[in-house]
Design a protein around this ligand. Sequence first.
Ligand code: P6P
Length: 344
Amino acid sequence: MARRGVGITITQHILNQQRQNPEATGGFTTLLNELIVAAKVISREVNKAGLADILGATGRTNVQDEQVQKLDVFANQVIIERMQHVGQLCCMGSEENADLIEIPSQYPKGNYIIVFDPLDGSSNIDVNVSIGTIFGVYKKKSDETDIDMLLNDVLQPGVNQVAAGYFIYGSSTMMVYTTGNGIGAHGFTLYPSVGEFLLSHENIRIPEKGKTYSVNEGNYTYWDEKTVALVDYFKAKDKDSGRPYTSRYVGSLVADFHRNLLKGGIFMYPADSKDPNKTSGKLRLMVEANPLAMVVREAGGYASDGNGPILEIDPSELHQRTPLYIGSREDVQLAEEFISGRRG
Ligand code: P6P
C-alpha cells in the first residue's frame, strides 16, 4: 500500500511566506507557530468539554458584561501563557481583558501586537456548536515600551494588520489565515493523528454573490427601517436576482463566517436599539470584525459597517463595537447601499 505523505504543513506554509519577505527575521513565524500550539491545546479541551467538568459558567462576567464560561477563561489563559514568552510582542489585547495585557518583565519584548477573541461563540459550548478563536497581528508604530503608553500603537485600522485569521473548533479543527498583500487566505485542517495543521483549502475564493443570508431575526423589532428593508430584500421573491436567499444562522460568528466564506453569502450583525450601551451592534471591531474583514478581503469578499470598509475604521477604544456586514462582495455592497441610504 502506498504510504501517504502529510502534504503541506502550516509550519511549512508560514516558512514559505517568510522566505518571500526579504526583511523577515523569523520573529513573525515564531509568533504564529506559538499561537498554533495554543490552538491545539484549546482544541483538545473543546473537543472533550462534554466529558470534562469544565462545562458551565464560572459565575463571573467579562468586560463585555457577558457570562464567562470556564472554557473562555481556559482559552484566554492558554493564549496569554503561550504568547507572552515568544519575545516578539510588546503587548496583547483580549476580548476577555478590559485593559491591554503586559508582557512580564522576565520575557524579552518585540514589536508585534496580537489582539484576539480567545473563544468566540462561547454561549454555544454546552450545546456542541462550533466555536472559534479569532486573531489579528499588528506591528508597533512607536518606540513606546510602557504598557500605559501602548494603546495608541494597538488602536490601528484593520488595514494595518500584518496577519489575521481564525481557528474553528467544529466537526474538525481548522485554521484560516492570511498575511495580506494579496497573498490570499488559506485553510488548514488539524490531523489529530499527526498533530499538525495540513493545507486543505489553498487560496480560498468566496463567490462574488451568495444565496445565503445570516442574521438574528429575533432582533427585528430593534432594527431601524433601513435594516428592515435590507433583510426584507433578501427574503423577497425575485427569480432574476436569485431571491429569496436561504437563511442560515448558527449564532457563532466563526461558524457562520466560515460557511459563507466557503460557499458564499452575507453575515450581518446590524446596529440595533436592544441595548442602549451597544447601539453599534454586538460585535467588536478589533478582535472580531477586523481580522475576519482581512481574511474575506484576501478571499475576494468585502466587509462593511454599513457605511464603508471595516478595515478603514480608525479605532478609538480597544473594545469598541461595530455593525458588521461581511461576505460575498456583491451582497455586502448591496447591504451598504441600503444602510447608507443610497438605496431604499
Ligand atoms: P446573538 C457569540 O456570543 C457572538 O459574539 C458571535 O459569535 C455571534 O455571531 C453573536 O455573538 C451572536 O449574537 O445576539 O445573535 O446571539
